[in-house]
Ligand binder design. Structure first.
Ligand SMILES: *Cc1c(COP(=O)(O)O)cnc(C)c1O
Length: 368
């Protein structure tokens, strides 16, 4: 019968390099010092596995973490009992006990949430929280009108520990955009009229706008995971993931054959097609059905036809010797998440958070 261990089943392999995440964290930390560098681990550490990523960042000295929701915070608390963990999505009254029990900081996104937390703290003891100002996203945070009300009535902040003042940049990946300076000026202005606290404006791209955007703390997300901060600079960050797709079949074709659903690609010549066991169900976006590619060694293989649920097809005419059972690199040194996302018409955030669960996940740097 041979060996039937699940680990022997052939699957496409997603490799995640925790050493690269550590290197990126240390690079950012050094860049922003004396401001501190917190880590954003929402959406399962951008799809890379919070259970593995968080302990490694802790090992590197990171103590301040942000997640989106209280359930993400509770999951992280299990891994990092000593860490400071703040949710970003705001305080829902129904969830307030969880903040208390698990020692999680809420981000207070409007005056109602500030009052709710203050009331709760009066009944218990003053617990820390972040206050988020909307300076241009029109998404979460105190509106400009509420910011004025808070400035006029700072006693609203007295009954809890006002640990952080946050805001979020809308256009930080475009260094020339006038919004960056406008949001910086507004944040500086409001913060100067509120009680002193740790101020944090920049996420990953904001770090690269310059020291004026660092304030007291930055919140690093995508740059930890190898996403580049903007298009103007060469990417200073290490690439974190590799994705190797299994070739299931090689097919010789000739005109007038077509490939895939909708017969969107027609061959004009003798060609070879490599069919790979990755599809949109694995996070290889169907919208990528145009100009992405894979690499076999140094050879680029253009994607042809539409992305299917479980399969993609590459023109492997130039890959003489490629055979079923081999792997091609879908993400790697030749073609990282920034390249793939640009060709797929999206951003590295979406590539990472869409990575599926059928890959064999292989972590490097677990035991440093
Ligand atoms: C997601 C998020 C971050 C991290 O953003 P990156 O661009 O990934 O660094 C920081 N702050 C807030 C409020 C966020 O929502």
């Amino acid at each position: 019968m041979g060996n039937t261990k699940a680990s022997n089943i052939v699957r496409s392999v997603l490799s995640i390099d925790l050493n690269a995440i550590a290197a990126n964290y240390n690079l950012l930390k050094k860049k922003v010092a004396p401001a501190s560098c917190s880590a954003v681990l929402k959406a399962d550490a951008y799809g890379l596995g919070v259970d593995k990523v968080a302990p490694r960042l802790w090992q590197e000295g990171c103590r301040i973490f942000f997640v989106a929701s209280i359930d993400e915070a509770i999951k992280l608390r299990e891994k990092l009992p000593e860490a400071e963990i703040t949710t970003l999505n705001g305080l829902l009254t129904e969830e307030i006990q969880y903040y208390y029990v698990h020692r999680i900081l809420p981000t207070l996104n409007d005056l109602g949430q500030i009052d709710t937390w203050a009331t709760f703290c009066r009944q218990h003891h003053p617990m820390p929280a972040a206050v988020h100002l909307d300076t241009g996203m029109s998404r979460l945070g105190l509106s400009p009108v509420e910011q004025d009300q808070l400035v006029e009535n700072p006693a609203k902040l007295h009954d809890f520990e006002f640990r952080y003042l946050l805001s979020h940049l809308a256009c930080a990946d475009c260094p020339e955009h006038p919004m960056n300076e406008r949001q910086r000026a507004d944040f500086l202005d409001i913060s100067s009229r509120l009680p002193t606290t740790t101020r944090s404006l920049a996420a990953s791209s904001g770090i690269f706008l310059g020291i004026g955007w660092h304030f007291d703390m930055v919140r690093a997300g995508i740059c930890l995971y190898g996403g580049k901060p903007n298009d103007a600079l060469p990417n200073p960050l290490a690439s974190v993931i590799k994705l190797d797709g299994i070739v299931l079949q090689i097919r010789d074709v000739d005109s007038p054959a077509t490939v895939g659903y909708g017969a969107t690609h027609q061959f004009t010549d003798k060609s070879r097609i490599a069919t790979v066991a990755v599809g949109y169900a694995d996070g290889y976006l169907r919208s990528a059905s145009k100009q992405t590619k894979a690499y076999w060694g140094e050879t680029a293989l253009p994607l042809v036809g539409r992305v299917s649920m479980d399969l993609i097809t590459f023109d492997a005419t130039k890959a003489k010797g490629l055979k079923a059972g081999d792997t091609v690199q879908l993400i790697g040194p030749h073609y990282d998440i920034n390249d793939l996302s640009a060709d797929a018409g999206t951003i590295p955030y979406e590539i990472l958070t869409s990575l599926g669960h059928r890959y064999r996940r292989q972590y490097f740097g677990i035991d440093k």
